[in-house]
Design a protein around this ligand. Structure first.
Ligand code: PLP
Length: 348
């Protein structure tokens, strides 16, 4: 990124500086494509995952079938939305999808690779097989999965795939929509021919270079993060018998844990952990900092009270055993504090 910032070239310029910037962008396209099994020529750089999801879904008309646990940037981008339900573990109902596509047309199916709140991994390849059999193209939001588990757009049979740099260790403000040849999303920005005419505006070369470096470095977890997360959950379960770990029966990302402390609002848990130097989110981390009932947990059949006491713990490539220790200690201490007075009142 520093090397790219030191250059002043615009990738669309024909002079030497411009050609160097163009080379950096094209190298980045290849690096990002390699991470997700896409074709370099199909990579459209955007400002992030939100924009890529909007590029994939907006302006298509409908119906667009999206899973009930998609990120807001998918659910709110579709013009005419129909929800594919999920089961109690948060996994999309493929039988519903098959029945739905057998009875009525659709313009797109969108199923995420892994959920941002629970880490639950979706059967994307199976969903794509069903959709393609019905002649319907498929979009996959792989923002949470890329760089954590193997992601392969070609092998999964997906037509468009979203990725975001900051979820795999790159800078905030860069992302991409990978588009299969022959698929034509509707541009959100006009007024330039950049990015194959799909995203007008001079490319953010430094952020794109950072995205590429992160995409190359972010190999899927080799078991270290999964072991830390499983250890964290085992310790929490041992200390708190009635703990709920949402989505734990399904296949999940190695780094995510969505845990509930019955009767204690998520915000209280977030504050207690923050005081101990541990940064976690309450359900969906909202841009405004406000917390609302998670549509993801609601779609999994959870009552608002239970959903409101769930926090999301995410481990990163640099999370250590000591970090996990601190998190467990602070959470269990809060649990003991909140149970203490009640237990005492019960005894009295
Ligand atoms: N999709 C998912 C699953 C996400 O978790 C996020 C962000 O958290 C996004 C899309 C949006 O990505 P960005 O923050 O790059 O706009």
């Amino acid at each position: 990124m520093l090397a790219a910032l030191a250059e002043t070239g615009n990738p669309s310029s024909v002079h030497a500086l411009g050609r160097r910037a163009r080379a950096a962008v094209e190298a980045a396209r290849a690096a990002v494509a390699a991470r997700i099994g896409a074709v370099p020529g199909g990579i459209v750089f955007t400002s992030g995952g939100t924009e890529a999801n909007n590029l994939a879904l907006r302006g298509l008309g409908g119906p667009v079938l999206v899973s009930a646990v998609e990120h807001d940037s998918v659910r709110e981008a579709a013009d005419a939305l129909e929800i594919i339900p999920v089961d109690r573990d948060g996994v999309v109902d493929l039988a519903w999808l098959e029945r739905r596509l057998a009875t009525a047309p659709a313009v797109l199916v969108s199923v995420m690779a892994a959920n941002n709140e629970t880490g639950v991994i979706q059967p994307v390849a199976e969903a794509a097989r069903i959709a393609r059999a019905a002649g319907v193209p498929v979009h996959c939001d792989a923002v949470q999965a890329a760089g954590r588990i193997p992601v392969d757009m070609a092998a999964w049979g997906v037509d468009m795939m979203t990725v975001s740099a900051h979820k795999l260790g790159g800078p905030v403000g860069a992302g991409a929509l990978a588009v299969r040849h022959g698929i034509a999303p509707v541009p959100l920005l006009r007024g330039g021919r950049q990015e194959s005419g799909l995203r007008a505006g001079t490319e953010n070369v430094a952020a794109i270079a950072g995205f590429a470096a992160a995409a190359s470095a972010a190999a899927p977890d080799d078991g270290r993060i999964a072991a830390l997360r499983d250890g964290l959950e085992a310790r929490l379960r041992a200390a708190v018998p009635d703990i709920e770990i949402h989505g734990a029966r399904a296949a999940r990302l190695p780094n995510t844990s969505c845990v509930g402390m019955a009767g204690v609002p998520a915000e209280t848990q977030v504050i207690a952990l923050d005081l101990a130097g541990v940064a976690v989110s309450a359900g969906a981390a909202c841009a405004s900092g406000k917390v609302r009932t998670s549509p993801v947990l609601a779609a999994m059949g959870m009552a608002p009270e239970a959903a409101g006491s769930a926090i999301r713990i995410s481990l990163g490539w640099n999370t250590t055993a000591a970090d996990v220790e601190r998190c467990v200690a602070a959470w269990v201490a809060l649990w003991a504090r909140t149970r203490g007075p009640r237990a005492a009142a019960g005894a009295a």
